[in-house]
Design a protein. Structure first.
Lengths: 309, 173
């Protein structure tokens, strides 16, 4: 008799996508593999910097991840919150009427559908209106190039544990050149973890465009790396002198924090560049990365990572 | 788990890295191909992972190198936004060759696919590492950077949730 675990594994093996490749690609000694090997050894030398597994929740989404994140619509039985960005094609519109709502929230076909009425509203207004539905979700609209307007640019998520997870909505046929087909996110109404979702909007005049992390030169990389281990107060001075600004991530769940919440005598233990001269600083009181208390897996796996099946 | 070999240097490092690369290249490429939407994207994952291995050769566990590489690859995919694009030239040729590859979509009953998709991603990746890559509990602790006890608990729960999802009436009707 077959063990239940073996039966499961057999089913799961069926789900593995298969790629037909010529032998010349599969062999490490063939041209492509050999070239990579030699270039890696030429490119750099072994160093002694610690490389620790990350429990990072900041995930700038690639097309791959978005595509794989998409669930079969039919499989979604739960009521979910759908956030779609209905931006005026001419870009962020004129000033919203005073006291007007920033979001239009309604139920449609079993989903709560959220449309963004005011794409340049203070994110606090979005948050307050989402909180009325019991959701601890920050919705941020960032200026993006035309291809990424209305796309999910990034998710910064707490690990919801075994609870429901945020998923990305994809519209096949409505994709960017690099395969980003996101048109919104689905947040189960019983989602109780914190989430920060960044969605692209048309930039207003003079705004730089957010998107993927900027490409850094070697010097810039070195400058960023040099911030690690320094006190927050010193890093603030350094960034300020370079005309850069900081975003903060704290705790094992990599939660975004305001500058006022981060004491100057804390330490930076990791950094990442964002567009527009913004540097993300992971900080802690001791300068070491906080450990995750829950056993198991990191939250990047949640909706952002999801290799699909 | 046997820890890393003493810090290599010079020719020793090259010899050891070449052996590591040739021993695990195919498995790592397969791992990445099974998780990347486009085959050519797997080239960057492989390059990024082996670059980390080369730079940190002294911490690669001797007897768990494959699982360690999977763990690095997993982080590389999760942190793609941080990838240094200068590195993509490492993968240029492989990327170009993979771009010609043909992906064969598995013919799987919808109820199995739906049940699997219903699981939390952490469950899915754990089950994939077991079923697709054949990792043992010890190897999972390396790939996922957690304790053996946590692996066993999570695997037990993931299997139970998958079994429940497969039994769900809406999926079997």
């Amino acid at each position: 008799m077959t063990h239940p675990d073996e039966s499961q594994d057999r089913l799961i093996r069926l789900l593995a996508p298969k790629t037909r490749l010529p032998d010349s690609v599969l062999r490490p000694t063939a041209a492509a593999g050999e070239e990579m090997l030699q270039m890696i050894m030429r490119e750099s030398v072994p160093d002694t910097r610690p490389v620790e597994p990350r429990h990072r929740r900041l995930s700038w989404l690639s097309g791959r991840r978005l595509l794989l994140a998409v669930p079969a619509a039919a499989a979604l039985a739960a009521l979910v919150l759908v956030v779609t960005v209905m931006l005026p094609s001419s870009g962020p519109g004129g000033p919203a009427p005073a006291q007007a709502r920033a979001l239009d929230i309604a139920q449609e076909h079993g989903y709560v559908v959220v449309r963004i009425l005011d794409p340049v509203a203070d994110p606090a207004r979005y948050r307050a209106e989402l909180a009325e539905h019991g959701l601890d979700v920050e919705l941020v609209l960032a200026p993006a190039d035309p291809e990424h307007v209305g796309r999910v640019l990034a998710q910064d998520l707490d690990d919801p544990g075994t609870g429901p997870r945020i998923q990305v909505i994809e519209a096949p046929g409505n994709c960017t050149a690099n395969g980003d087909c996101s048109v919104g996110i689905k947040v189960p109404v019983d989602y109780r973890a914190h989430a920060r979702i960044v969605i692209g909007r048309t930039p207003v005049a003079g705004e730089s465009v957010a998107g993927d992390a900027p490409v850094l030169g070697a010097d810039e990389e070195q400058q960023l790396r040099a911030l690690v281990g320094k006190r927050v107060s010193e890093v603030r001075r350094i960034l300020s002198s370079r005309g850069q600004t900081a975003q903060y991530r704290v705790g094992a769940d990599s939660r975004s924090a305001e500058a006022a919440e981060v004491p100057g005598d804390w330490y930076v233990y990791d950094t990442a560049p964002l567009a527009g001269g913004v540097v993300v600083l992971w900080v802690s009181e001791t300068g070491t990365e906080p450990t995750v208390t829950a056993p198991g897996f990191d939250g990047t796996a949640a909706p952002g990572t999801p290799p699909g099946s | 788990m046997a820890r890393a070999a003493p810090a290599p240097s010079g020719g020793d490092a090259r010899t050891r890295f070449e052996a590591l690369y040739r021993a695990h290249y195919q498995d790592l490429l397969g791992y990445a191909l099974r998780r990347c939407d486009r085959p050519e994207d797997a080239a960057d994952v492989v390059a990024e992972t082996f670059l980390v291995a080369w730079r940190r050769l002294d911490v690669v566990p001797v007897d768990q190198a494959r699982a360690w590489l999977f763990g690095v690859a997993r982080n590389a995919m999760a942190n793609q936004h941080r990838a240094d694009r200068r590195r993509t030239n490492l993968a240029a040729r492989l990327r170009s060759e993979l771009a010609q590859a043909e992906v064969v979509r598995a013919d799987v009953p919808d109820e199995v696919r739906d049940a699997f998709r219903e699981l939390p991603e952490a469950d899915r990746e754990l089950l994939r590492l077991v079923a697709w890559e054949g990792l043992s509990t010890d190897e999972l602790t390396v790939a996922l950077d957690c304790s053996a006890n946590a692996v066993r608990i999570r695997l037990h729960r993931a299997r139970r949730r998958f079994a429940d999802a497969l039994r769900r009436p809406s999926l079997t009707a």
